[in-house]
Design a protein. Structure first.
Length: 185
């Protein structure tokens, strides 16, 4: 099974994701694919293919993480590039504690997770760009979009299974792990 660990986004963030995606589709600045706004999430760790018999040990390891509840905020509309080409469009997340959560999750999952050489950059992916005629215009459009400053608590994280289909991945939550109020850890 293909597994990953994620923080699910609340309904108001999913609504913003859908609004931004609708805006981008109307602007028609690139060809590519869009994520499912209704299931917006921040991927903490991608394990990839994992043997079914490892599931219980992975679940037990994640139960030890026990992070505190923290506040997050939507940041700017932004992008990742490969060379000079915009490849991934995302909404940034502002939450210093998310870095600590990601590191702790990655540490406990080390037996099943290849270390990622890229620095952790909290975000919610909106689209993957396959082709854009004018990347400079696309960049300008992205950085000029005014994202509402929504604050929300992060009070759990999840272990999810991803099944690839011709219509895109289907994500199923396999387990939820609560965050704890400060002082109750």
């Amino acid at each position: 099974m293909r597994l990953f660990v994620a923080v699910d986004m609340p309904a108001q963030v999913c609504e913003v994701v859908a609004e931004v995606q609708h805006y981008l589709k109307r602007r028609n600045l690139f060809d590519g694919s869009y994520t499912d706004a209704a299931h917006a999430h921040e991927t903490i760790a991608f394990l990839g293919s994992v043997a079914e018999e490892d599931y219980a040990a992975i679940d037990a390891a994640l139960c030890t993480v026990q992070p505190p509840v923290c506040q997050a905020q939507l940041g700017a509309l932004d992008y990742f590039e490969r060379g000079d080409l915009v490849k991934v469009i995302f909404l940034a997340l502002v939450c210093p504690e998310l870095q600590q959560l990601a590191q702790r999750v990655r540490d406990v999952l080390a037996p099943w997770h290849e270390p990622d050489s890229r620095p952790f950059h909290p975000h919610v992916t909106l689209a993957r760009v396959k082709y854009a005629a004018d990347h400079e215009t696309l960049r300008r459009e992205l950085v000029s979009y005014a994202v509402p400053r929504i604050e929300f608590p992060i009070d759990h994280f999840a272990l999810k299974e991803s099944v690839l289909t011709p219509d895109g991945p289907i994500h199923t939550t396999r387990a939820l792990y609560p965050c704890f109020a400060r002082g109750s850890e």
